[in-house]
Design a protein around this ligand. Structure first.
Ligand code: TXA
Ligand code: MG
Length: 318
């Protein structure tokens, strides 16, 4: 499937979903909305299609991908299901949770998806458009966030077009994403391990499992596959926990503060997560050199927000 001009924007209609599924079947790349962020999808069983994801993102190939399914029965064919997976799936799927499970040895999912690991990350997204495309396609769709590697994640179709351009064959425009930060990732290869904070909070997961989760520490996370430290990086430098503003800074506020854009004037962390990437995109587009960000409470969804912000502020290579 070749595309040499700008990406094709596909409408959020039944015909659009059929077009998206047909492109996936022919080995193409389709960006589609999920409740968290837009995903850059390819047929998870097609080596060449999966390789095109890495190429389009400019992503280091050791960073494994999440596979998305429309229904639990299809998903279960590819993984070794466990009791804890059952508990978490029945509580949160469809929804912003990804589980890392052992891969079924006979699963036809491309080895490129898990970048050499014997596990795969799977999820059942809660977005109607994503579900419609996945149902129409029938199988697993590998989809990282639909942005160039290291850039800010996309929560709108236009963000995808700006970041990937003609590297993606089609973008299904389903409007802005409701959750706004990526899924929470829980490893279930051994004791449940929180690998990435996200749309479902650690407290919720602990309540469902009946005990606290082990949390992978940042230092380990950096050396583990796929957890590069500088990530979600705007062009501007990011200054965290700004309680006052310096001249010339682009001001990203939280709460009752005077600023250029406010994540949530009413200090609502759900609203702040939904605004996070869009506001970073918009401030960055103004071309300033520093984006200063108000402190965000480190609780609930604030933990996922602070994780993304600290990566956006991390020292960069080169
Ligand atoms: O909300 C989301 O999860 C979005 C939407 C599109 O579903 N996707 C997303 O994908 O955030 P991505 O590729 O940006 O992040 C995938 C993360 C990576 O950090 C990777 O290291 C981890 O999932 N991952 C994938 N497979 C894994 C595995 N087998 N073991 C451990 N971590 C894995
Ligand atoms: Mg990403």
């Amino acid at each position: 499937f070749m595309n040499t001009t700008s990406p094709r924007i596909v409408p959020d209609t039944m015909a659009g979903h059929a077009t998206a599924a047909a492109i996936l079947r022919s080995g193409g790349l389709v960006a589609f909305p999920t409740e968290t962020v837009y995903g850059l999808g390819a047929d998870a069983c097609d080596d060449r299609a999966v390789a095109r994801i890495y190429e389009a993102k400019g992503r280091p190939s050791f960073n494994p991908l999440i596979v998305h399914f429309a229904d639990l029965d299809t998903l279960k064919q590819h993984v070794v299901w466990t009791e804890e997976a059952e508990m978490l799936a029945s509580a949160y799927w469809p929804g912003p949770l990804t589980l890392v499970l052992r891969k079924q040895p006979h699963s036809p999912i491309s080895a490129l998806v898990s970048a050499g690991l014997e596990s795969i990350a799977v999820r059942l997204p809660a977005h109607d458009t994503a579900r419609a495309i996945l149902r129409e396609f029938g199988g697993g769709v590998a989809a990282p966030s639909a942005n160039r590697s290291g850039q800010i994640s996309p929560t709108q179709a236009q963000h995808v077009a700006d970041s990937l351009g003609a590297r993606v064959d089609a973008i299904l425009d389903g409007g802005p994403c409701k959750v706004g930060v990526e899924s929470t990732i829980v490893g279930l290869l051994d004791k449940p391990l929180l690998l990435r904070p996200g749309g479902i909070t650690e407290e919720d997961l602990a309540r469902t499992l009946g005990h606290p989760l082990t949390v992978r520490h940042k230092a380990e996370a950096i050396s583990a596959p796929g957890q590069l430290m500088s990530h979600y990086a705007p062009v501007a430098r990011v200054r965290l926990n700004a309680t006052d503003w310096e001249p010339g800074e682009l001001r990203l506020g939280f709460g009752d503060v005077d600023c250029d854009l406010n994540l949530s004037a009413s200090e609502d962390l759900v609203e702040a997560a939904a605004h996070l990437f869009d506001h970073l995109h918009r401030l960055d587009a103004q071309g300033g050199s520093v984006i200063a960000v108000s402190p965000i409470p480190h609780e609930g969804l604030g933990i996922a927000i602070n994780d993304r912000l600290s990566r956006a502020a991390a020292p960069r290579e080169g």
